[in-house]
Design a binder for this molecule. Structure first.
Ligand code: IMP
Ligand code: MG
Length: 330
């Protein structure tokens, strides 16, 4: 197998969907798979001038590529039906597979999640569904499959040696259940480990795309943004930083280069994509956090060169840093 991975280096919403669709157009993949999370994700992409949002369905669907909801995912049948409907002509039943090991998000999980708690979840039932999975009382898709094909990921990945796989991570490294800012995290493995646990062979990994933005955002129950800084509000508006799943405003901070580098190191990132430079350009704001200090890079060139230079110097696996300033292109 040959596998490319797209992973979030922040708190989700880095633009993984855009990078995934870009790769689907550029390379020929046999399968696009998700391996963690469920309907909490919201991947926004632009195709033929249409704005499309996927949640549990891999972005491969939009490009007509076989799409797998992998063994580490959680899924709710009604939400899946709705998502399929909303994708309209971009959805094809015969392209969607669900591993029989994926856990079912029951209506009880959703109700429980919606009832609240400090984490400020997306209310899609993820936490309770994963809790039941780990307590070994969960229900799996294969126990009672619905209209989608229940499959064994092993066969899809290993029966044919030449498969070209695109793994689409959900959420981001700092929302990871183990490495994120616990308890302000999601309930799954958002990084490299999620891909490996889903069946991707370590030796098959070709490229790891780590995706970040030129600034950081977080959505959830924690007070995260500096309320006294007007620039945060400007970035939120200019960058349309409102959740794709829940519509909640995302809190904004300047890009923390030290944390970005840690995330890239731990996930063996080979290609770092830094999105939304158009937003910073519009506001002419080139500030970063570096070793816990706010530093003004003054201009775009210095901003880019500092990130590029530091990341390449610190992250052994890294070979390319790509800056993007368009919602549609990488
Ligand atoms: P949960 O995943 O719905 O349990 O939510 C846990 C935390 O992760 C909350 O702060 C959510 O806002 C955040 N979260 C979950 N999925 C995403 C996502 O796809 N993008 C951004 N934040 C997310
Ligand atoms: Mg999102």
């Amino acid at each position: 197998m040959k596998a490319d991975l797209v992973l979030g280096m922040g708190w989700g919403d880095e633009g993984k969907g855009k990078v995934t669709l870009h790769l689907l157009k550029k390379e020929k993949y046999d399968l696009c798979m998700r391996g963690n999370g469920g309907h909490n994700a919201g991947h926004t992409v632009y195709q033929d001038g249409n704005r499309l949002v996927t949640h549990a369905i891999p972005t491969g669907m939009i490009h007509g590529v076989q799409s797998l909801i992998g063994p580490g995912c959680v899924v709710n049948m009604d939400l899946l039906e709705r998502e399929a409907r909303e994708l309209g002509p971009y959805y094809h039943d015969e392209l969607l597979f669900i591993d029989g090991r994926a856990h079912i998000i029951g209506d009880n999980h959703i109700l429980e999640d919606r009832a609240g708690g400090q984490v400020g979840t997306t209310g899609r039932g993820n936490g309770p569904a994963y809790r039941d999975k780990y307590a070994r009382v969960g229900k799996r898709y294969g126990d009672n499959p619905g209209r989608w094909r229940s499959v064994d990921t092993y066969s899809l990945l290993y029966d044919d040696d030449d498969k070209n796989i695109l793994y689409e991570g959900a959420q981001g490294w700092w929302l990871d259940i183990d490495w994120g800012d616990y308890p302000w995290v999601t309930s799954s493995h958002c990084g490299l480990a999620g891909a490996i646990a889903s069946g991707i062979h370590i030796h098959g990994i070709r490229r790891v795309y780590g995706v970040a933005k030129g600034y950081d955002t977080y959505v959830g129950g924690r007070d995260w943004e500096d309320d006294g800084d007007e620039m945060m509000k400007k970035i939120r508006v200019a960058g349309h930083e409102f959740g794709a799943t829940t519509g909640r405003p995302r809190q904004v901070r300047y890009l923390d280069i030290s944390r970005l580098i840690k995330a890239c190191k731990m996930n063996c990132v080979t290609h770092l994509v830094v999105n939304k430079l158009d937003v910073l350009r519009e506001l002419n704001c080139w500030r970063v956090i570096w070793h816990d200090k706010l530093i003004d890079m003054k201009n775009e060139e210095r901003f880019r060169e500092t990130i590029r230079w530091e990341a390449i110097r610190e992250v052994d696996s890294l070979s390319e840093v790509i800056f993007s300033d368009s919602p549609e292109l990488v």
